[in-house]
Design a protein around this ligand. Structure first.
Ligand code: SF4
Length: 375
């Protein structure tokens, strides 16, 4: 088993672009924590004696939990699972939750990696996105985490915001480099249906950036970070040597993981499952000691699609020999036949039996991947 993901479905307030499952009723945190510990025990047999190499607290905003909740969760996890002594244990945190006092408490817990949801170092952009923190708080949070002894720090940045200029995006990148952060995830803003942002666009109140600007922003990101010693190891992720996210890597390498909490997904090579997105029903189900999830078996072709999607996203690409071993000659041929026009156009490369996106291919990765999918 590669890892355990825990979905913490609470946020102090909601951001306008976000469609992750979370709510703002923090009075439910105690009951949720009890339920999470029950689920950890109920699903122990799915892992058996395998060692847990990574644990990831995501959400939502896991930093809304108090020390007592984390202590309870870690006690449940360590009594049910064999956690590797060098396991990577990540907490997603919002900058405004990271007071000196909270960071001090986090240092007493098993966390060894902090992923901070910064999004921007510009106050106007943060306000537009309805983030609760300021640029100053974001910078202070990074410095305070490092001062307290957290070395493994990641930040999230967002680009492609309406009216965001290339200069402003460049300033955000410069600030991230200046802060000497070892891992950066950068995502283009997406207009997810049912979000406030989507409705603002529909009502004509905001205009998305044009494609050319989006591409320039992605170029700026890649150029600046690679020039400053980062490896662009996944479409949206950059790390200095030795600081890749082990947990996320296991997703992209198709390893198994267990997802606990409402809306959490789990994956094994044969099966995908997910807990429905309802905190109320999750708590009720765990109180009665019954699992609350939906499962689908993956056909060979669906597993092939996962293999292509996750492999092409990374700098390590798709190992064609492994593809053939797992899915047979026919699907290897299918992948190569569909890849050929992109190889000819310089958008994909094949070297030593490994298929990869070229630098140019990164810009239209979704289109390339969908053409390699089995339909
Ligand atoms: S972006 Fe993060 S903090 Fe904002 S609503 Fe989504 S999960 Fe909550």
């Amino acid at each position: 088993m590669a890892g355990i993901y825990l979905h913490i479905p609470f946020c102090k307030t909601r951001c306008i672009y976000c469609d992750f499952y979370s709510g703002t009723n923090e009075r439910e945190i105690d009951a949720f924590t009890d339920a999470l510990c029950v689920e950890a025990a109920l699903r122990k047999k799915e892992i058996g004696d395998e060692r847990v190499e990574t644990i990831y607290f995501g959400g939502g905003t896991p930093s809304r939990l108090q020390k007592k909740h984390f202590v309870q969760i870690f006690e449940a996890l360590s009594s049910e699972y064999q956690i590797a002594p060098d396991a990577e244990i990540t907490l997603e945190a919002n900058p405004d939750d990271l007071s000196d006092n909270t960071i001090g408490e986090l240092r007493t817990l098993p966390f060894n990696r902090i992923s901070i949801g910064i999004q921007s170092f510009d106050d106007d952009e943060l306000k537009f996105l309805s983030r609760r923190h300021t640029a100053g708080q974001a910078e202070n949070a990074v410095k305070a985490c490092r001062k307290a002894g957290f070395e493994n720090i990641s930040i999230d940045l967002m680009y492609g915001l309406p009216r965001q200029s290339l200069e402003l995006w460049q300033r955000n990148i410069d600030k991230a480099i200046e802060l000497n952060i070892p891992h950066i995830s950068a995502y283009h803003l997406i207009y997810e249906e049912k979000t406030r942002l989507y409705l603002m666009r529909k009502a004509g109140k905001i205009q998305p950036v044009d494609e050319e600007t989006s591409n320039c922003m992605f170029s700026l990101l890649i150029e600046n970070l690679t020039k400053n010693g980062f490896t662009h190891y996944e479409i949206s992720n950059f790390a200095r040597d030795g600081w890749f996210s082990r947990h996320n890597l296991s997703y992209w390498q198709g390893k198994d993981y267990l997802g606990l909490g409402p809306a959490a997904h789990s994956f094994t090579r044969q099966e995908r499952s997910w807990n429905p997105a309802s905190l109320k029903r999750y708590i009720e189900a765990m109180a009665s000691g019954t699992l609350y999830r939906e499962t689908e078996s993956l056909s060979k072709e669906e597993r092939y699609n996962e293999f292509i999607l996750t492999g092409l996203r990374t700098v390590w690409g798709v190992d064609l020999q492994l593809l053939e071993k797992r899915f047979g000659q026919e699907l290897r041929r299918y992948a190569i036949d569909n890849a050929q026009k992109f190889i000819d156009a310089g958008l994909l490369t094949v070297e030593k039996n490994v298929l990869k996106l070229s630098r140019e291919g990164l810009f239209i990765s979704d289109g390339i991947m969908s053409e390699l999918m089995w339909v």
